[in-house]
Ligand binder design. Structure first.
Ligand code: NAD
Ligand code: ZN
Length: 707
């Protein structure tokens, strides 16, 4: 990207324009176009250029001022004590701490023989800076950093953050401005994105930008849906309070006022303690519930802080010692399909290996076709990968190499609309069948070759070979054995894990081939418990049809639907042979459920598994079907209708009799249970009398039907 022919002056101007543009996208629009690491690289390049050519330095250079602005619609707030930035040490090794300590010692004019400087080290929370103003203990105003001098009033939104006290505890100063960081926890962020994904809506890029976007919403009700948190780390304006002599003591005092202060902080004597803390927290970073992008070192003594003072943009007594970035750019080499435990097909990006979030990442999830399309990600693209904490790495967007000439000193019109996306990508609605150029979802499961299908309105493609697919084996077995399914006591998580991993049971029918010896040979399995499981398997062989259907784990077929199906069809054969139309006749079965059942039994492998289960001795209790649960007083009875009944037509009477389990015959014999006679009954009535068959009128029939 660097134009070799550019003069230093041209390069500096280009860098300034780019940095201003990115800062605008980041601070004002909350939708960065490049990863932080990329921004930091450009920033460092400009700093180096300005150091080498001091004549190029301008007062408005991004290296000289805090960038930010007040969003239209929000009220500006003047900061009495400016909200500054912090010098960044991008050297993530111990060199970062050593450089800072050396600077501090030089500026304090300490000799080599002088004792080590005392520092306070704390986490650098990756959120947005917030100033909370308490007057006589009451929260009166909350403001963003803005350009450091002027921020935005976001009091209403900040009030929705449960952790922030509206009233301080204890004896509060006349004025206490608390500076701290608003952030979003990683699990809250993941949940939020999960919900967005389920709704088929745009997902958020990272917790920082989500938090910053939420806090600057004009509608507090929207903010409430984005769970935010807060940690205090400093002070602004203070009146009527003796500020403690050290930074660490000041934080303790803030905690005593009831403000959230993070516990992962230390007081360190000299540079060694800083390095130790940096390393200790690097090891703990993934386990923290929120993102941090480094450690902040601060000179602990207030007196020494005052002696060191400020540069234009940042204090001289503090530094941010960074960690490896959690977002990086790399190339999308290929897309693999992973089949999950529940049959979900996930496109997974195979990447040019990249160091991100502290490890080398070569695979990252693309979630689903809809998200790929929304993000404009295609095979061969440069993409931004995020890896934070224990969350699986993901491709957050396509990365567009920013050509230097595109940047003016002010951000282009509509920068927000283009952020993180290709030009125009956003205006294209996601269609019903998402189409991603140069990539197709497979039509068949790559593991078992059953059909891969997407439900109408659903986001995910799934393997339909539920009881056959090796990827779904464990899930299928566990579900099959479940209490509400076949109820096989003792066949739990641990056992299924062993049975499958050791290749002992590979499919549902295999369960019924288990012997005591095989089971007893397993880890932590005594002969007695092995026998219990064999007994439980034996006992499970005569389930109700409904339980059996439910146990197959057909998507969309829960307990209730399974009962409806069993009642309607009565036998397994009838259900398995049912067409979509016939399935739709079942009460409460709609097109999605019908399609799911039909597809399931259309997979030859699924049918094979069912047949093998039956062959292994499983015998679901079948019935006549429809009306199964109603009283059937005429079950096994044969009736003959003759003459004209006073209210019921012949067809109506027949339907009622059949619904009650009876049969209607055309001729009277010794086997006839009842003859129902109306007006003008003929020979059939006589025959009944000769054979001694009971004759009833319509009222008699109705009484029979009523039981
Ligand atoms: N991706 C982009 O386009 C883009 C654009 C601009 C800036 N950025 C990123 O923003 C950062 C630079 O912005 P900056 O100037 O605000 O500096 P900074 O965020 O690196 O450091 C200053 C901020 O650190 C925060 N902080 C967190 N924990 C703290 C603690 N314990 N003590 C004191 N402060 C603490 C405060 O909010 C403070 O305002 C970089 O990480 C940069 O990559 C990215
Ligand atoms: Zn499969």
């Amino acid at each position: 990207m660097t134009d070799a022919s550019a003069t230093p002056a041209q390069r500096a101007a280009a860098l300034r324009a780019q940095l201003n543009h990115h800062a605008h996208c980041y601070y004002v629009l909350d939708t960065p176009e490049v990863p932080d690491a990329e921004y930091d690289r450009l920033f460092a390049e400009l700093q180096a250029l300005e150091a080498a050519h001091p004549e190029l330095l301008t007062a408005d250079s991004p290296t000289q001022r805090v960038i930010g602005a007040v969003l239209p619609g929000l009220t500006p707030v003047q900061h009495v004590v400016p909200m500054l930035s912090i010098t960044t040490e991008t050297d993530t090794t111990e060199g970062g701490a050593i450089a800072f300590d050396a600077r501090v010692r030089r500026e304090l004019a300490l000799a080599e023989t002088d004792p080590p400087v005392e520092y306070a080290a704390e986490l650098k929370f990756d959120g947005l800076a917030m100033s909370l103003r308490y007057e006589h203990g009451l929260l009166t105003q909350a403001a963003t950093r803005g350009d450091g001098e002027t921020g935005e009033d976001v009091t209403q939104n900040v009030r929705t953050i449960g952790q922030i006290p509206l009233r301080l505890q204890g004896e509060a100063p006349a004025v206490l401005e608390v500076r701290g960081e608003v952030y979003m926890r990683r699990d809250d962020f993941e949940r939020l994105n999960e919900r967005q994904r389920e709704k088929g809506e745009k997902t958020f890029v990272n917790p920082r930008n989500t938090a910053a976007g939420a806090i600057r919403q004009l509608d507090p009700a929207l903010v409430r849906q984005r769970p935010l948190c807060f940690y205090a780390y400093g002070l602004g304006e203070v009146q009527g309070w003796d500020i403690p002599a050290t930074h660490a003591a000041m934080l303790d005092a803030l905690a005593a006022f009831g403000l959230p202060v993070n516990g992962d902080r230390v007081v360190a004597q000299g540079v060694r303690g800083l390095i130790d803390f940096h390393q200790a927290m690097a090891a703990k970073r993934d386990a923290l519930p929120f993102d941090i992008d480094g450690i902040v070192y601060k000179v602990n003594s207030r007196a020494q802080q005052q002696q060191l003072g400020f540069k234009t943009r940042e204090p001289r007594w503090a530094v941010a010692h960074k960690y490896p970035a959690q977002e990086q750019v790399t190339t999308l080499l290929a897309i693999d399909i992973q089949v999950g435990r529940t049959g979900k097909l996930t496109p997974v990006a195979r990447l040019d290996p990249v160091f991100v979030g502290g490890t080398t990442v070569s695979n990252a999830t693309l979630h689903n076709l809809f998200e790929m399309r929304r993000k404009g990600v295609r095979l061969g693209d440069r993409v931004i990968v995020r890896r934070a904490g224990d969350v699986i790495p993901e491709v957050v967007s396509r990365y567009r190499e920013p050509p230097a000439h595109e940047y003016a000193s002010t951000p282009p019109e509509g920068a927000a609309a283009l952020a993180w996306e290709r030009p125009g990508a956003r205006s294209v609605p996601v269609e019903r069948f998402p189409y991603v150029p140069n990539f197709h979802m497979p039509r068949a499961c790559p593991v078992c070759n059953s059909a891969a299908a997407r439900e109408r309105g659903g986001m995910d493609y799934r393997c339909t070979g539920g009881v056959f697919c090796p990827a779904q084996r464990k899930q299928a077995l566990l579900h099959f054995a479940g209490r509400r399914a076949m109820d096989i006591e003792g066949l739990g998580d641990k056992l299924v894990e062993q049975l499958v991993d050791q290749g002992i049971v590979l499919s549902l029918p295999g369960l019924y081939k288990l012997g005591v010896a095989k089971l007893a040979a397993l880890d932590r399995m005594a002969e007695k418990s092995a026998q219990n499981i064999i007994d439980a398997l034996e006992k499970s062989k005569t389930p109700t049809l409904a339980r059996f259907l439910f146990s197959l784990g057909i998507r969309q077929v829960g307990e209730t639907t399974a009962k409806d199906l069993a009642r309607h069809f009565g036998t397994l054969d009838k259900l398995m042979g049912a067409s979509i139309e016939q399935l739709l006749e079942v009460p409460d079965v709609g097109p999605i459920v019908a399609a799911s059942i039909h597809t399931f039994f259309a997979q030859p492998h699924n049918v094979e598994v069912v047949e093998q289960l039956l062959a292994a001795g499983v015998q679901p209790k079948e019935s006549e079907g429809e009306g199964d649960d109603r009283p059937r007083p005429l079950l096994g009875k044969t009736l003959v209708l003759t003459g004209t009944l006073p209210t019921l037509s012949r067809d109506e009477a027949q339907a009622l009799i059949e619904a009650a389990g009876g049969k209607v015959s055309g001729s009277v014999s010794k086997k006839t249970s009842y003859v129902i006679a109306g007006e003008e009954a003929g020979s059939k009535l006589e025959k009944a009398r000769t054979l001694g068959v009971t004759v009833l009128d319509e009222a008699g029939l109705l009484a029979l039907l009523a039981g």
